[in-house]
Design a protein around this ligand. Structure first.
Ligand code: BES
Ligand code: MN
Ligand code: ZN
Length: 502
């Protein structure tokens, strides 16, 4: 989808459709919409009066211009009530417009910037959210369909339009940022949606390398001998059950300008989680191809950060392996030794995520970072706690948590904090080793985080449990069925704020 930004009068625009956002329960305040209404001899007023369109969030309506304007169609999209409006509602409404445009098989469409003001949000923020909604909604993975290709339909061009010349520059900047962040999220979606027979640890590493060349960050991939040399016994323990060799992916964005020290992102890269010897039930096991969603978010965020050239030294770490049962697989009762020297008793081979992260988090410490953020589809307990509305957040640094919450508000990717009280350490004490890899059912998300905490030392650290956010089951305005790509936009927003980027 090509993104254009223009200053143009309503009556000058010629496109597949002209689109406008409207609030619920109010007469349109926008001058442009009132002008549209008069061009269409009151059709907008008439539509509102009929009650068929009320401006409810994500509602759309199509009007035909009958030769009164150069464009054939108008699409109106509801934003819901003004008091409840936020950036994410605008992003959603823009996604709904895109879905409608796709339904109508339009090649291109134009969206007018709403004239509404929202406290704390600029014209650039608006432009970014609208572009993100469109680019995210247009996403689909086409590679595996060989028949019935009619459904595989993408919008060619999207234009963001405003009549006021004064807005052009800020609008363009916002659109540019929106395009990078949504395309980055779509990259993550591709990696996640690919099945595990394609998306092996080797393939994931190849993708990281190719993105590093394309967008200009550094990338080094460690194979078995090097991983062994680093004594990553926890990571190797998980990998030993699979025929596919593991990969440890190290990415680095080194800008000329770097204001604020190093940030390390760590992503869980289990390309398929069968549970190992502690085998999962077969129902829906296929969804465990998405157990590398954390890795995908980190790799895609590296690409986005490099494209924006964010003024922060950013490191991305991904331990990638499958978790399979076999004659060489890790067994319950086994003890492994992480690269930090900590010994771990294996209670369940299905608690593999924390094992691979243990070695990756230990590796993160060598950068003496100002912040470590890991992202992982770590626990089913997190899905029980928060469902599919947002991810869990735990950590050891109050200010870092506040920064993540602020980025969450802007990006619409919701995070909810869970406590990490010392009491939980009791649950992961082992009788025979230093710690064990499962604390049982109570507070499963928290004891997993308590486990990870053992490997970050005193560095400021945040853990995001995205277990409920890897796959979308039904489809939402800007999230088609399948991979969500959660965390990429959150990371990019966090890093922009963190680095003081404009
Ligand atoms: N990858 C799973 C967690 C998961 C569950 C992600 C559902 C997405 C949806 C993880 O490796 C796992 O199996 N966790 C176990 C941990 C337990 C054995 C301590 C779990 O949550 O059951
Ligand atoms: Mn597991
Ligand atoms: Zn897993």
């Amino acid at each position: 989808m090509e993104i254009k930004v223009k200053t143009e009068m309503l009556e000058e625009v010629k496109d597949g459709a002209l689109c406008f956002f409207l609030l619920e329960g109010e007469r349109p305040q926008d001058k442009t919409i009132r002008k549209l209404d008069s061009f269409l001899s009151g059709a907008v007023t008439f539509l509102f009066g009929s009650g068929d369109f009320t401006g409810k969030l994500n509602q759309t309506a199509v009007l035909y211009t009958e030769g009164k304007l150069d464009s054939k169609r108008i699409i109106l999209a509801g934003l819901g009530r003004k008091q409840k409006l936020d950036l994410d509602k605008l992003r959603e409404a823009s996604g709904s417009l895109c879905k409608k445009a796709k339904e109508l098989k339009l090649k291109s469409y134009s969206v007018f910037l709403p004239e509404i003001k929202l406290k704390g949000n600029s014209v650039s923020d608006f432009a970014q959210a609208i572009v993100e909604g469109a680019v995210l909604a247009d996403y689909q993975l086409v590679e595996y369909k060989t028949a019935d290709k009619e459904d595989l339909y993408n919008i060619k061009a999207f234009s963001l339009v405003d009549e006021r010349k004064a807005n052009l520059k800020v609008m363009s900047r916002g659109a540019e940022l929106g395009e990078i962040s949504a395309n980055s999220a779509n990259l993550a979606r591709d990696m996640i949606n690919h099945p595990a027979n394609y998306m092996t640890p080797t393939k994931l590493a190849d993708i990281a390398v190719s993105l590093s060349k394309k967008t200009g960050f550094g990338c080094k991939v460690l194979s078995l001998p090097e991983i062994k040399k680093l004594k990553m016994g926890a990571f190797l323990g998980v990998a030993q059950g699979s025929e596919q060799p593991p990969r440890f992916i190290i990415m680095e964005h080194k800008p000329k300008l770097k204001n604020r020290g190093t940030v390390v992102l760590v992503g869980k890269g289990i390309t398929f989680d069968s549970g190992g010897i502690s085998l999962k039930p077969s129902e829906k096991m296929g969804e465990m191809k998405a157990d590398m969603s954390g890795a995908a978010a980190v790799i895609a965020a590296m690409a986005g950060a490099a494209q924006m050239d964010l003024p922060v030294h950013l490191v991305g770490l991904v331990p990638a392996t499958e978790n399979l049962p076999s004659g060489t697989a890790l067994k319950p009762g086994d003890i492994v030794k992480a690269s930090s020297g900590t010994t771990i008793e294996i209670i369940s081979t299905d608690a593999e995520g924390r094992l691979v992260l243990a070695d990756a988090l230990s590796y993160a410490r060598r950068f003496e970072p100002k912040a470590i953020i890991d992202i992982a589809t770590l626990t089913g307990a997190c899905v029980i706690a928060l469902g599919h509305a947002g991810c869990g957040m735990l950590g050891n640094d109050y200010r870092l948590k506040e920064r993540i919450k602020a980025a969450s508000g802007k990006s619409g990717e919701k995070v909810w904090e869970l406590p990490l009280w010392e009491e939980y350490d009791q649950q992961i004490k082992s009788d025979i080793a230093d710690i064990k890899n499962s604390g049982g059912r109570p507070a499963g998300t928290i004891t997993a985080a308590a486990f990870l905490q053992k490997f970050v030392g005193n560095y400021p650290w945040i853990h995001l449990d995205i277990a409920g956010m890897d796959l979308e089951e039904k489809g939402k305005p800007y999230i088609p069925k399948g991979a969500v790509g959660f965390g990429v936009r959150l990371f990019l927003q966090f890093l922009r704020n963190y680095s003081g980027y404009r």
